[in-house]
Write a protein that binds this ligand. Structure first.
Ligand SMILES: [Zn+2]
Length: 527
């Protein structure tokens, strides 16, 4: 039994969980199977690469009353990792379950589960603060009772965090559970938030729980099964999900895509060409005999979930999880809000993002300003200019990186690079001011970004350039203005520097030699 992490980006990570029945890659979604109604066989799971599933121990026990417990792998005809839920969700639905917390732990041991859950008390969505407090306390009491009666240490036990939408309770619950030794920690009852698209609250809840839990243990989010949310949830540090949504949605003719749900009846052709969809049509699915269409829709929905999980793992490997969030946040206004909420926690994300990545990053506009690489750059800026010099030469940072190697201004940068009286600073639409000292640091020189922006963006960025230059207290500033952004920088510098101290050279008209000569003349005059 172990959890190994192989790669990280934001709070997301790729890992491997090993149980007594095998290993599987994370992030992972356990497809929740109905033990009494099996739709898919193990060949299908193998083909998709699904190596861990989940079922409900409580429903199984209730359905087999009077019968001896049987190994769950046998019941499901599934040799890989089987996780079992305790029935907590049924408490949420029906208010109570006719089984004692100790009994359900014992039952999970008898059926030889690989990953088990103690019987917690879900807070739910509508609990008031006092009810939320009680569910947290009661879950802790039950955790202690469960830990006393657990005999099988070869099972990975999940410690559920409760508290619902009451963030203080979530944090308190996480702190309490963190003191108890569970192999996996989980956050309970967010299903209704996901169904009603209140993603901002969900983001807050996950952050509140994660803050207090041990970092080296996997983190599970109960009931998350829609691929649109996976990138966001993984970016916040969720390693595991479980859901029956793939099957429930199929029953209602709902077709999952990474951008949202579509109704079969509204579709003319499939956008996906997974083995379930290829060569078929929505109409064929709808009018097929003997539930064939529904089964294929179930299969498609799972292909889609696991394809998205692969995409996320690839994004983490390449250090491009942020780019995936930006892309997915465009799919629906509610996802945009979810993304915006995540940016509130940019500093937390920054702390767990690698300092250097295997690939450069994409800057896609103001939405990229909260990404960890940008935050780090901004925090390094104040101490970046080693020695204060009299004159700052401000050059365009545009076409080629590193900026000082841009053929258009290379000779200008070279002419003054070691000049005792001159500091060089570039102005970049992505980064704002870039002192030559930072020009070659990651990821300034490895960023792909657009060269234009709307006037408001240009003005805002020009202001950051001007503010930074002011902190250097130079005697003079020589700006080489180039293009619309250069003109915006000129306008902002004019507000902060006197006419005497600011010299503007028109980079659109002058060639590099002429610029070098003008700067030299200026230096002589200043001497
Ligand atoms: Zn498909």
């Amino acid at each position: 039994m172990s959890f190994q992490v192989h790669g990280k980006d934001l709070l997301g990570r790729i890992g491997t969980i090993k149980t007594k029945s095998g290993a599987f890659a994370t992030p992972h979604m356990f497809p929740v199977l109905d033990p009494h109604h099996r739709i898919l066989g193990r060949e299908f799971f193998d083909r998709v690469g699904i190596h861990a599933v989940m079922t409900n121990a409580y429903l199984l026990k209730r359905g087999r009353q009077g019968l001896d417990p049987v190994d769950i792998h046998e019941t499901l005809d599934y040799p890989g990792t089987v996780a079992t839920d305790s029935g907590a969700y049924q408490i949420l639905e029906y208010g109570h379950v006719g089984v004692a917390p100790e009994e359900i732990v014992g039952y999970q041991e008898k059926i030889n589960t690989d990953i088990g859950v103690i019987l917690d008390v879900p807070t739910g969505f509508r609990s008031d603060p006092s009810r939320a407090r009680w569910t947290v306390d009661e879950t802790v009491r039950r955790a202690d009772r469960a830990l006393e009666v657990i005999t099988r240490r070869d099972i990975m036990w999940i410690g559920p965090v409760q508290g619902g939408v009451h963030l203080k309770e979530v944090e308190r619950s996480a702190r309490e559970m963190a003191e108890r030794d569970f192999a996996i920690y989980a956050l309970g009852s967010p299903t209704e938030l996901m169904e009603t698209q209140r993603y901002e609250v969900l983001v807050d809840m996950i952050v509140a729980a994660k803050k207090a839990l041990p970092k080296g243990k996997p983190f599970h989010l109960f009931g998350a099964g829609h691929p649109v949310l996976f990138p966001f949830l993984v970016a916040l540090g969720c390693d595991l999900f479980d859901s029956a949504a793939y099957a429930l949605y199929a029953r209602a003719g709902r077709y999952l895509t990474p951008e949202g749900t579509q109704l079969l009846g509204d579709m003319v052709e499939f956008v996906c060409i997974c083995p379930a969809c290829v060569g078929s049509s929505p109409e064929e699915f709808m009018w097929s005999q003997e539930k064939e269409g529904e089964t294929r829709l179930v299969q498609h929905n799972l292909w889609t979930c696991f394809s998205e999980l692969r995409r996320i793992r690839e994004a983490i490997r390449k250090g491009r999880l942020w780019e995936l969030l930006e892309l997915r946040s465009q799919a629906h206004p509610a996802l945009k809000e979810c993304f915006n909420r995540i940016t509130h926690y940019a500093e937390i994300l920054e702390r767990s993002t690698p300092a250097v990545k295997p690939h450069g990053i994409f800057y896609l506009g103001p939405s990229s300003d909260s990404r960890p690489e940008k935050l780090r750059f901004v925090s390094r800026l104040p101490g970046s200019v080693g020695e204060r010099r009299n004159i700052v030469l401000v050059l365009p940072g545009r076409w080629r990186r590193p900026f000082h190697e841009d053929p258009r201004y290379e000779s200008v940068a070279k002419a003054f690079d070691d000049h005792p009286k001159v500091s060089i600073c570039f102005y970049s639409l992505t980064w704002g001011p870039v002192p030559i000292e930072l020009d070659e640091t990651f990821p300034i020189a490895q960023t792909e970004d657009p060269d234009t922006g709307d006037p408001i963006v240009l003005r805002g960025r020009a202001k950051t350039v001007s503010e930074f230059l002011q902190t250097l207290h130079p005697k003079g500033v020589i700006l080489v203005s180039d293009g619309p952004f250069g003109r915006a920088v000129k306008a902002e510098l004019s507000k902060r520097f006197t006419k005497r101290s600011l010299t503007v050279l028109n980079g659109d008209l002058l060639n590099p030699d002429a610029i070098v000569k003008s700067v030299e003349r200026k230096l002589v005059r200043n001497a």
